[in-house]
Design a protein around this ligand. Structure first.
Ligand code: HEC
Length: 190
C-alpha cells in the first residue's frame, strides 16, 4: 500500500502543471483579447475604404442634372438655350450631339475664340471654362455624368458618356490649355 505522500506527490505535480498550463492559456487569452480590442479601435478610427460602386446610367443622369445646376446653368441657362451672342445653346447643339471625344475635350479643357453653333456665330467674348485638372478639377466620373445629362436633356438624344471614356482621353492628351473651335475640328480628323 502506498503512503498518502506518494499519492499526493504526483497529484501536486499535476496541480502545478495545470496551474502553469492555465497561466499559459490565460496569457494567450489576454493576448487575443488585446489584439481584438486594438483592431476594433483601429477599425473604429480608420475605416477601411470600400471600393466606390460604379455609377449606374440612371444615376448618371440624376447626378449630371445636379452638376449642371451648379456649374453650367448660369451661362447656358436652365432650358439649354444659352444667351444670344454670348453663351451658345446646348439644346440641339451639334457640339453636344456630335462625336463624344470632341465634347469630352471641351468639358475637360474649355474653349475660347469664335465658334459657330446651330448656324449662329459666337465671337468668343467669354471663354468656356475647363472642368478637368487644369480648371475646376472635376473627377472623370463627374464630367461623364454632366455630359451624359446634357446629351439626353431637352431635345438631345445622344448616347451616354462613361467615366472610362473621359479618363482615356484625359490621360492620352495630358495637360493643355483651352481649345479653339478650329483646333477641335483638326483634332477630330486625327
Ligand atoms: C462662365 C460661363 C460658362 C460656363 C459656366 C459653362 N460654359 Fe459652356 N460655353 C461657354 C461659352 C462662352 C462657350 C463658347 C466658347 C467660345 O466662344 O469659344 C461655351 C461653349 C460650350 C460648348 C460648345 C458649344 C455649344 O453650345 O454646344 C459646350 C458643349 C459647353 N459649353 C458645355 C458646357 C457644360 C456641360 C458646362 C458645365 C459643366 C458649361 N458649358 C459651363 C460658357 C460657359
Amino acid at each position: 500500500m502506498r503512503s498518502r505522500e506518494s499519492h499526493a506527490g504526483p497529484g501536486l505535480r499535476w496541480a502545478q502543471a495545470c496551474q502553469k498550463w492555465d497561466s499559459v492559456r490565460a496569457c494567450f487569452l489576454l493576448l487575443a483579447l488585446t489584439g481584438a480590442i486594438l483592431s476594433g479601435c483601429r477599425r473604429a478610427h480608420a475605416p477601411v475604404p470600400a471600393a466606390p460602386a460604379p455609377v449606374r446610367p440612371a444615376d448618371r443622369i440624376g447626378l449630371g442634372k445636379a452638376l449642371f445646376g451648379t456649374a453650367c446653368i448660369a451661362c447656358h441657362q436652365p432650358n439649354g438655350q444659352g444667351i444670344p451672342a454670348v453663351y451658345p445653346p446646348l439644346d440641339g447643339s451639334e457640339w453636344i450631339n456630335g462625336p463624344k471625344e470632341r465634347l469630352i475635350r471641351i468639358a475637360l479643357y474649355g474653349l475660347r475664340g469664335p465658334i459657330r453653333v446651330l448656324g449662329q456665330d459666337y465671337s468668343g467674348v467669354t471663354d468656356m471654362p475647363p472642368f478637368g485638372p487644369q480648371g475646376h478639377y472635376w473627377s472623370d466620373a463627374s464630367i461623364a455624368c454632366v455630359l451624359t445629362y446634357v446629351r439626353r436633356e431637352w431635345g438631345n438624344h445622344a448616347s451616354p458618356i462613361t467615366e472610362a471614356e473621359v479618363e482615356q482621353l484625359r490621360t492620352r492628351i495630358g495637360p493643355r490649355g483651352e481649345w479653339t473651335a478650329e483646333e477641335l475640328r483638326q483634332a477630330g480628323r486625327e
